[in-house]
Design a protein around this ligand. Structure first.
Ligand code: MRU
Length: 334
């Protein structure tokens, strides 16, 4: 991804390995500061995922793969490291996919760092292909709505939902993006908008409640989001609020696409209602900019994700093409 670092436009990834460390963009500080967080132990990698220094399903998977490599380099027991990494966040399937894949590779005797690098490079290539397959869905002059951040920050590079938008923009199409701000962690306002500014893609942040207003007025041509886990029947979990956007999109005849690599598909679960949904600290809702926004005794609920049934999905944009929900079984073989 492009990033303005002290006035120089550089091409960087969201997470990478350097010697015996895992380096990642400190996403909690964006958009105000671009700083790098260094994890030197498996525990520090676990912290970086749990506390959302890095986040987004494919990026969590790659960070965990690097964490497994770090376990080998620092002489930790890999089964124990795998268990701790898997306990960080429950919803994004990429985490479990990546850790299990690394366990298989290490058991087969693969060199740890190159196994993790191969995994990271594969994810980056899949996201690039998602961009290529998704780009034709965005017309010249088209207006796209996205929710949360499913950009390069969430996937190491290119993005899933943002990959088709990057590709359309790079092809010279004039596009406009509505980025939902995405309460309570504000990934849309803080991260998606930051990425779009770096790429020079015209956009506006909207309050989460504003999407329906623009859909009813036919000011949005299509929606593209990422996913944290997609089940065998095509239901998917994504950032809280996604379900409402998909329902309103269908009500208004606006196609709703979900962009994700095969590592996000969990064929072991029959339906979205089986997906474990993370509930985070209530203070993510109660506290804004360090200040309480409600009575001190008020409780809050804070589900981080919701599930959208397959019937609301126009297509899954994957690295093998755009598939209808009833076609995703093809991914099992790929
Ligand atoms: O809680 P987060 O920020 O990790 O949630 C991220 C999302 O919901 C993304 O939309 C999803 O992981 C897809 S990322 C390509």
């Amino acid at each position: 991804m492009k990033a303005d670092i002290n006035g120089n436009i550089e091409d960087i990834r969201a997470v990478w390995m350097e010697g015996k460390t895992v380096q990642m963009i400190e996403q909690r500080l964006l958009p105000h500061k671009l700083e790098i967080f260094t994890a030197r132990t498996v525990d520090e990698v676990c912290y970086s995922i749990k506390d959302m220094v890095t986040r987004g399903a494919p990026a969590i998977g790659v960070t965990a793969a690097y964490g497994m490599a770090l376990a080998v380099l620092t002489g930790e027991d890999i089964q124990d490291a795998a268990k701790r990494l898997k306990a960080t966040r429950p919803t994004a399937y990429d985490l479990f996919h990546a850790v299990d894949l690394m366990l298989d590779k290490l058991t087969d005797g693969e060199e740890a760092v190159s196994a993790a690098e191969d995994y990271a490079n594969l994810i980056v290539e899949k996201c690039r292909l998602i961009g290529e397959y998704g780009e034709p869905l965005i017309p010249d002059g088209g207006v796209v709505l996205t929710h949360c951040n499913a950009g390069a920050l969430a996937t190491v590079d290119h993005g899933t939902a943002l990959a088709p938008m990057r590709a359309a923009h790079n092809k010279g199409k004039k596009i406009f993006v509505f980025a939902d701000e995405t309460r309570p962690r504000l990934q849309g306002a803080a991260l998606t908008s930051w990425e779009l500014v770096q790429e020079g893609i015209d956009h506006a942040i909207i309050a989460d409640n504003a999407a329906g207003h623009y859909m009813l007025r036919k000011e949005i041509d299509l929606c593209i989001t990422g996913a944290d886990r997609i089940t065998a029947n095509g239901d998917f979990a994504n950032k809280i609020g996604t379900y409402e956007k998909a329902v309103v999109a269908k009500e208004n005849g606006i196609p709703f696409y979900v962009a994700a690599p095969v590592s996000t598909f969990d064929f072991s679960l029959a339906s979205g209602m089986d997906i474990p949904i993370e509930e985070r600290d209530q203070d993510e809702v109660r506290v804004v900019n360090g200040g309480l926004i409600c009575h001190k005794d008020a409780k809050a609920r804070n589900p981080a994700f919701d599930v959208t049934p397959a019937r609301f999905v126009a297509g899954f944009i994957t690295e093998i093409g755009v598939l209808k929900p009833d076609e995703i079984a093809r991914l099992k073989q790929s």
